[in-house]
Design a protein around this ligand. Structure first.
Ligand SMILES: [Zn+2]
Length: 189
């Protein structure tokens, strides 16, 4: 039971970063890299010599730059999963075999290989767009930049938060949904 429970890891600024296992969380606290800010009631972790209270939420004692961190995790499958295996230009669904990753701002024009500049694209759309921006190619994205940036972790947070009400105030789910709605409106306007 304990093994499937996760601990919410926050940045020093209280920004949610990821989910970690209880042993990992306890190690971070032990090394003073993080501090416990919410305990998971009744959850205990034992080592041969010690008994640890398992945290529910921990916070890094030092700020880490999320953008720098996010840049390293541009794993192809995570991007495809974030975009639900759907071409973000035409909406067509595909498999890992027939979908490609497109640089929104083309690489040839300085676009970086980072999660928020990469979207799932079918081969046809990728060829058609070529080295143009979505605006130039008149191929508007089906999603918006904040979804690209936060989507990798958000899906996981959201599922986990369903059973962990004490996380909600850290995940700002409502705020984020509001922001999404605003973005959609301003994109449409
Ligand atoms: Zn397409």
């Amino acid at each position: 039971m304990l093994s499937s429970r996760k601990v919410l890891l926050l940045n020093a600024t209280y920004e949610p970063l990821s989910l970690v296992t209880p042993p990992k969380a306890v190690t971070l606290i032990w090394r003073r890299v993080a501090e416990s800010i919410e305990i998971d009631p009744g959850q205990i972790l034992r080592s041969p010599r010690y008994v640890f209270e398992v945290p529910s939420v921990i916070r890094l004692t030092q700020y880490i730059d999320v953008r720098a961190r996010q840049n390293r995790v541009t794993n192809r499958h995570r991007i495809l999963a974030r975009d639900h295996y759907r071409c973000q230009y035409c909406g067509r669904r595909g498999s890992a075999f027939d979908l490609t990753l497109d640089h929104i701002m083309p690489k040839s024009r300085g676009g970086r290989t980072v999660a928020e500049n990469l979207v799932t694209s079918c081969r046809e759309c990728n060829n058609r767009k070529s080295d143009r921006t979505p605006d130039e190619a008149r191929m508007p994205l089906l999603t918006n930049p904040s979804a690209l940036y936060y989507g990798l972790e958000r899906g996981e947070f959201r599922r986990a938060a369903e059973t962990r009400p004490e996380w909600r105030k850290y995940l700002f789910l409502e705020d984020w949904e509001e922001q999404q709605a605003r973005d959609l409106q301003s994109n449409a306007g």
